[in-house]
Design a binder for this molecule. Sequence first.
Ligand code: SAH
Ligand code: SF4
Length: 386
Amino acid sequence: MAVNLLDFDLEGLAAYCESLGEKRFRAVQLYRWIHQRGESDFEKMSDLAKSLRAKLAGVAEVRALPLISEHRSADGTIKWLFDVGDGNAVESVYIPEDDRGTLCVSSQAGCAVGCRFCSTGHQGFSRNLSTGEIVAQLWFAEHRLRGAEGERANATNDTRVVDNVVMMGMGEPLQNYAALVPALKTFLDDHAYGLSRRRVTVSTSGMVAMIDRLREDCPVALAVSLHAPNDALRNELVPLNRKDGIGALLDACVRYLDAAPRDFVTFEYCMLDGVNDTPELARELVKLVKGRVPCKLNLIPFNPFPASGLKRSSRERVMAFAKVLQDAGIVTTVRKTRGDDIDAACGQLAGEVQDRTRAHERMVRAPVRVVRRMDRQDGPLQETKA
Ligand code: SAH
Ligand code: SF4
């Protein structure tokens, strides 16, 4: 099969060009044509030496992901479903905002972590995406939207459409580390997408050893999906917590901040009705992180899907939880749900992944423990609007 040039970061492409007997600056030209111009036809790369174009023809290609479908939400969110072969599909979601455009990118077909509240987790794991398949999502989105559509009203001189990438689509990015890092490097490279390190976010369910490696290899913004303030509850919601535990995870976050482009870690916390959303747990969360990890909290209203058996916390409960954190001086935001009319919201991405591991059945047999709603008596808190 032809070499997929989307698999290479600039170093990799330079090495590949050298293997064809070409100089490094040719690789820079080629890289710019592919990523900055969105060109996949070597013949159209007009200033590229004819000799190189001839060498590439037949042995290399810019391999896009076959598009299965495109859905547009009333709020402007766009979800694309891509075919990755063998009955598997992955999704990317474009979220336009007033001042920026965010692309949510997938790293795996399915996911092996198996979080209880996540649709991808319920599908089980199919396979890792290659670097080229990760990069192809941004390549496609950026150039499709930059094209005739002029997706953003203020896209004048600065024609970039996607200026924020979050690895929050399907899959656990740090379980596909070898493919992830060159993809991140292409997102950041000034000869490619030139995104700021602060605007590329890796979201992880918390793989301690890999957080340390990312700090060494390619520090970008870090989001950690915490979802619980103690090991007993987190073990149930995020099964890989049983390996290292929250203490080791928080220590890794602190180490990460030495090298990170931002001076805080974002903790994501999916609000599950009656499971992890009580004021007691909010207070426990404050005790856990305060003075230990510089962080912001991002509360995500749970996006229900059939088979999860879980419910979204009410707005009042989310606000009460947020207030406990804010009163303790922790910057807390509540994520706006976008694109849920097209199943593009967090955790709803399922693609067409086949259920190979029967993870779904395992989870249905072992329902999540529901905590007692101690805060029912806490009248004033429930009325607070944070
Ligand atoms: N595997 C990585 C990144 C992908 S999930 C991770 O877990 O961080 C991206 C975010 O969506 C995570 O914070 C995850 O906890 C959250 N999420 C998963 N399922 C969800 C759901 N059904 N509703 C709301 N958020 C969900
Ligand atoms: Fe995997 Fe993240 Fe979903 Fe957990 S929340 S199953 S780690 S994709």
